[in-house]
Design a protein. Structure first.
Lengths: 769, 492
């Protein structure tokens, strides 16, 4: 793979360059500091938590005497020790930091123990004794639906007259698709270090949402938010799993620090992390659709039921986004899209890259395959016939799709991947082979960019310039590996016309930029890039005004480039100008602020313009399956993806590749298994398998679409964090295509994840008479 | 008798004479030495974030072995030069670090130290021609990355290893070899007291004597399972006997009709010998675990551990292997399948240890196949593992040994299927069906997180069909999606 050539001379100088990650050298040397690597202040205590041994019941008694008596133990904490609010939830107030009265999922935290060492704390935590009166747990979506158990009310989009349109359709079909959840498996587990001050609290946390965590700690301790500072330099991966669910652990650390007046650190063991924190929602999609003889959809009626777990967490927005993407890239003349948000006695499911969008999209893509199988058409032709276009551009939620580049993307990839010839070659292979079958699929992605919770679409930044010309950059976004910090630093360096090395990246801190939104929804560089540019532009405007006055020239004649300032026919270095400005008492510090324009949403009427724009992509995947065992291998993947004008092609390609492989894991080898008692059986990497190097397609071709974002985003780039994950739906569709070769004309009831077992099951279904 | 553990760190000799026997090498580095570059990702040897390199003197040569520090006991570092990510750059980046930076091989960076160390070991591994992507994939199968999708990491490996190893570590080799030679004193090691100790006997006799005296002690070979008893189950293992210094227990005797592996032969060292018996065994060993686990995990440990799956036992049982156990000075030998009595129960007396396993080679009329089915191809525990040895006589099966893992509480033979296969004509597919039916009644598998009982039955039948089809002549390019025999090459 080749990166676009580095641009020369003509502006921009820094933006658009495939610059290395700002921490790359520290990563490879092991000197990048994660929370567990911070040198612990003298006297730091270590925490471990005790979780419930069953999934649902009433707490009758808790006996922690043996915990208190264990070697090295300094304090034991329960709900009774919380001075303020016992809640770590993002929205609904229903996530107790420590369970009290009732247990709602297996391993729900009941107490914490603070000890001299982590080992002592972990050993002591095993000694807690609970008496719990068991109640029957609801574990699956089906059980919850049968029991009428919902955590949030259902929500519906309606477009046109779906019932009448269905009745009038030439063809109709119905189906069910089950879509599995996904464990984040960030390599760095949940961790926090709380350091008590004289009347305040400093919390280092691996979190995507420092401001929310600040508020949760403040409410818990009855402190004003201003007395709690949350700092995060970097996370060792997050993927949504540290958006709302880093808070509980930070809160426990802060509570222990509050009581012991000593620094307290908590770092979850991997198995505890996997058992005690939420995952991607699994869904069940039940649908009925009408279509014409060419495969054009006339009506789509889909019920999406998700397992939210025991509390609401972010399930409202996640299910909303599943609805926003059930159309994926296809025009639905009439539609009814319903989500049922079930309550189960399992850990509360949460944000995960794509945020419900991938699950909604899976339903829409399965419909396309169903239509193709029913009519004997190539699924790609059905996709192309249904794609949004002229006069067919209104989504089920009222927003028009005006920036659609998918026809061009699909045509290009169809050609460059050699789709048609390969399909013929695969058909010949399948005709000759009894045991092995190959399949191919080319699928699109259209992903809406903006938080659908409107107020979150704001960001702040803080920029200081010091007397030596060095620039201190701070903003509300957090770095989890996605390259946000280097992208925003590139923007600021560009604004000042200085070398990237002169921009000092600093940890996210609620004390520097307040009231931040989570780094989520792919919005990090869109929003923080704009806010940081605004801050730098404010300082730059002051410098221009100063230079123009000092040298008695028009402000238009002052420019910044290559670490220099050009003022009329004078040239001075950036740091010289800064020094002069300081002496002239010019403010060299500024905040910056950004709010995303053009977005609005009427939730009651389920209509509006919830997204600033859409990001697009398309992927073509080929697989081979073993019909005796259900084993599967991905053979080749071609991707063409739209990132607008890339801020950093190296970072963006990394997001595309990594997102694709993560999505492929979700739909193939990653399987969450709960037993009938609601216990997660796959709570370690020994039993929960994320892709490893050999799972990456041996032939993997990625290209960036060459085109600017039509909206006025930061340098006309596009968000890239989430959309590529959904390119992996092409792998799932290719597997279904391979199974289809065994029984042409039959619909393939393949459920996700497509493990060997799931594939073999679908094979048996289509080959049974 | 020596009463301390000795190893090298950054040119210094570390001596541990007051050692918690359960201390892991990772905790030694992070908590005692405060060398914080090495990360804990899972604490069970599955993610590789904690990878460090043990530089060891083997047959007079230095080898660079990647290991998982999270489940390796600090005592197991005895006699090694321990190299961690913190040690690599000497003012300038090491070539593998430089390549990782240039190829954008890190995103969140948390797995990166482990990858860097795995690639550092690869950089120093003996080279045979140009490195291929598949070889790199195999080398890093024990390292998980959740951000990058691996492509840039593999590119970094190829770039760094395009040049011969020329770094500060290569320059140190004569000096390090000399110092490691002096650490190899051949003495029995015993750190602690009679109630709590880490011991590393140097001879079979010393091992037998010590274990007879302390039959409750835990024998540790690679610690790839025992390590989890410590990090996950928080068991208190007061007495640990490490087998890594026992002279002669790691010998391989490769004879015309059989290979005999001493109990502490590692999977990595056994690979070539097994591969020579059949290419399917090479694939099985490669997929058994990542490099870090294969490097320290042993054939004997995989058997003695008694897992219902095991992965090597079904294949070794199908090959009619025998196991030799020793207690005090007494030894006895039994068919491998008889060792596994029930779930978590083996035919091993207190104080008795695995001495060796003898694996018969294939006769001219023998055909062998083995297959592993798992959710992920590499570094996964199989849902079903099937192994088959058919002895042919003019197109008919004259005798059959069929063994499965994952189908019962122990690795077991399929007696009914074996009987039904007798006399089967390979050319007559209709004659196979009796064996499929018999296989149904051979096992009553269970549902668990790896697969349902129904899938296990279906897959077992599928594997038997596949084995018959292949032995009947179908090329594996038509029967397999991975590990095809036609492109089998002995893995390094």
């Amino acid at each position: 793979m080749s990166l676009p050539d580095a641009k020369v001379d003509t502006a921009p100088r820094t933006v658009g360059i495939a610059t290395k990650h700002d921490s790359a050298i520290r990563h490879v040397c092991g000197t990048a500091v994660y929370v567990d690597d911070i040198r612990e202040p003298e006297g730091t205590l270590h925490l471990a938590v005790g979780g419930a041994s069953l999934a649902h019941g009433r707490i009758k008694s808790i006996d922690l005497a043996a915990v208190r008596a264990a070697p090295g133990v300094v304090a034991v904490l329960t709900a009774a020790d919380i001075p303020g609010r016992n809640d770590a939830s993002p929205v609904a107030g229903d996530d107790p930091i420590f369970a009290h009265n009732t247990i709602e999922f297996h391993q729900q935290v009941v107490f914490a123990v603070a000890a001299q060492t982590r080992d002592a704390a972990r050993r002591a935590a095993l000694l807690g004794k609970f008496e719990i009166e068991p109640e029957r747990p609801l574990v699956t979506v089906d059980q919850a639906l049968d029991a009428g158990s919902h955590i949030l009310p259902e929500y519906t989009f309606v477009k046109g007259e779906p019932a009448a349109a269905l009745a009038a359709s030439a063809h109709r079909l119905s189906g069910t698709l089950r879509i599995g959840g996904q464990e984040h498996f960030y390599l760095e587990g949940q961790v926090a270090l709380a350091v008590p001050g004289e009347d305040d609290m400093l919390v280092y946390s691996s979190t995507q949402h420092p401001s929310e965590l600040q508020n949760i700690v403040a409410h818990m301790l009855n402190l004003p938010a201003a007395a709690v500072n949350v700092e995060v330099r970097r996370m060792g991966g997050a993927f949504g799993g540290k958006e709302s669910q880093a808070a509980q652990w930070a809160a426990i650390a802060a509570l222990a620090a509050h009581h012991t007046r000593r620094p307290c650190k908590i770092r979850l063991d991997r198995d505890d992390d996997m058992s005690m924190t939420g995952k991607r929602h699994d869904f069940r999609a039940d649908y009925t659709a009408g279509f014409d003889g060419d495969g054009r959809i006339t009506a789509f009626d889909v019920n999406l039921a998700s397992r939210c777990g025991y509390s609401a967490d972010l399930s409202a927005s996640i299910n909303d986004r599943a609805m926003f993407h059930a159309d994926n890239a296809y025009y639905l003349p009439a539609a009814r899209i319903v989500t049922k948000r079930t309550k189960t006695h399992t850990v509360s499911n949460t944000a995960f890259r794509g945020f419900g969008g991938p699950q909604g999209m899976m339903a829409g893509e399965r419909l396309i395959d169903d239509i193709a199988w029913s009519l004997g058409l190539d699924p790609l032709d059905v996709r192309k016939r249904n794609i949004y276009g002229e006069g067919r551009d209104r989504t089920p939620y009222g927003m028009r799709v005006t920036d659609n580049i998918l026809p061009e993307l699909i045509e290009t990839l169809e050609r460059t991947s050699d789709y048609r010839a390969r399909r013929r070659e695969i058909a010949a292979f399948n005709a000759e082979n009894d045991y092995l079958k190959r399949g191919i699929a080319l699928t699109p992605v259209k992903f809406g960019i903006s938080f659908t919770t409107g107020h979150l679409n704001q960001a702040g930044a803080l920029v200081h310039v010091y007397q030596d010309g060095s620039v201190h950059l701070n903003h509300g976004g957090t770095e989890m590996g996605q390259g946000l910090f280097v992208k925003v630093a590139q923007v600021v360096a560009e604004e000042f016309g200085i070398d990237l090395e002169n921009v000092k990246i600093t940890p996210t801190s609620t004390g520097k930029v307040p009231n931040t939104s989570p780094t989520a929804a792919s919005s990090g560089s869109d929003m923080n890039g704009m806010a940081a540019r605004a801050a730098a532009a404010t300082i730059k405007a002051r410098l221009i005004e100063f230079a123009a006055a000092k040298f008695a020239i028009a402000p238009e004649l002052v420019s910044f480039r290559d670490d220099q300032v050009f003022a009329g026919n004078r040239v001075l270095t950036f740091s010289q100008l800064i020094r002069e400005a300081y002496l002239a008492r010019i403010s060299l510090s500024s905040t910056g602020f950004y709010r995303t324009p053009k977005i609005h949403w009427d939730a009651a009427r389920a209509t509006g313009h919830p997204f600033f724009y859409f990001a697009y992509g398309t992927a073509c995947s080929e697989v081979i399956i073993d019909t005796l065992t259900g084993e599967m291998k991905v053979l080749r993947v071609d991707i063409l993806h739209d990132v607008g004008r890339s801020l950093n092609p190296a970072v963006d390609i990394g997001q595309i590749e990594g997102g694709f492989v993560q999505g492929m894991g979700w739909l193939t080898c990653e399987e969450l298994v709960f037993d009938s008692q609601g216990r997660l059986l796959t709570h370690a990497p020994s039993t929960y398998k994320i892709p490893c190097a050999s799972d990456v397609p041996p032939d993997f071709r990625i290209a960036l679409y060459d085109g600017a974002n039509r909206e006025d985003t930061i340098y006309h780039s596009k968000a890239v964090g989430e959309p590529p994950l959904m390119l992996a739906i092409s792998v799932f569709a290719a597997i279904a295509d391979a199974i289809h070769a065994l029984a042409p004309g039959k619909r393939v009831p393949l459920d996700a994840p497509a493990t060997p077992e799931s594939i073999l099951h679908a094979i048996h279904k289509v080959t049974q008479h | 008798m020596r009463n301390e553990i000795r190893f090298l760190r950054c040119g210094h000799e570390v001596r541990l004479d007051n050692l918690n026997p359960m201390l892991t090498l990772l905790d030694y580095l992070r908590l005692q030495e405060r060398a914080l570059g090495t990360k804990e990702g899972c604490a069970e040897g599955d993610c590789g974030a904690c990878t460090v390199v043990l530089r060891k003197l083997v047959d007079g040569h230095l080898v660079y072995q990647p290991v998982n520090a999270c489940i390796l006991l600090a005592g197991q570092a005895d006699g090694s030069d321990v190299i961690a990510v913190d040690d690599l750059a000497d003012g300038t980046l090491h070539p593998v670090q430089q390549a990782m930076v240039e190829q954008h091989g890190s995103q969140c960076g948390f797995c990166t130290p482990g990858f860097v160390m795995a690639l550092f070991a690869l950089y120093h591994a003996p080279r045979r021609g140009e490195l291929e992507r598949t070889q790199v994939n195999d080398w890093i199968a024990g390292n998980l990355c959740r951000c990058t999708g691996y492509r840039p990491i593999v590119d970094a490996a190829l770039a760094a290893c395009a040049q011969p190893a020329q770094d500060q570590f290569a320059a140190q080799e004569p000096e390090i070899a000399r110092r490691l030679a002096t650490l190899a004193d051949g003495q029995d090691v015993f750190v602690g007291d009679a109630d709590r100790f880490f011991a590393a006997p140097a001879s079979v006799a010393a091992l037998a004597e010590l274990y007879a005296r302390h039959p409750v002690a835990v024998l540790v070979a690679g610690a790839t399972d025992v390590g989890l008893w410590i990090t996950k189950q928080l068991r208190d293992l007061a007495k640990i006997i490490w087998l890594g210094r026992v002279r002669g227990l790691d010998l391989v005797r490769d004879e015309p009709d059989a290979v005999t592996f001493g109990a502490t032969v590692t999977h990595q060292d056994a690979m070539a010998h097994l591969a020579a018996i059949d290419p399917d065994l090479a694939a099985l060993m490669r997929r058994f675990a990542g490099r870090q686990v294969r490097t320290v995990g042993t054939i004997g440990g995989n058997i003695a551990n008694g897992s219902p799956i095991g992965d090597t036992p079904p294949a070794l049982i199908a090959l009619a292997s025998t196991l030799t156990l020793q207690r005090g000075e007494q030894t006895r030998t039994l068919p491998l399948e008889d060792f596994f009595i029930a779930y978590d129960k083996q035919d091993r007396q207190p104080g008795e240890f695995v001495r060796s396993v003898r694996v018969p080679k294939l006769g001219a009329n023998d055909r062998f196949r083995c297959y592993k089915i798992s959710k992920r191809f590499d570094s996964d525990i199989s849902a079903v593992m099937g192994a088959f040895r058919f002895t042919l006589d003019r197109g008919h099966i004259a005798s059959a040994r069929v063994a499965f893992g994952g189908m019962a509480a122990t690795p077991r033979r399929a007696g009914g299927a074996e009987a039904a296969l007798l006399g089967v004509a390979l050319s007559d597919q209709a004659s196979w069906s009796r064996a499929f039916a018999a296989l149904e009644s051979d096992f009553s598998p269970i549902d668990d997180q790896r697969a349902s009982a129904q899938y296990r039955r279906d897959a077992a039948r599928g594997l038997l069909r596949k084995a018959l089809a292949e032995v009947a002549g179908a090329p594996s390019a038509h029967t397999r999606v991975v590990d095809r025999r036609e492109d089998a090459s002995v893995a390094s």
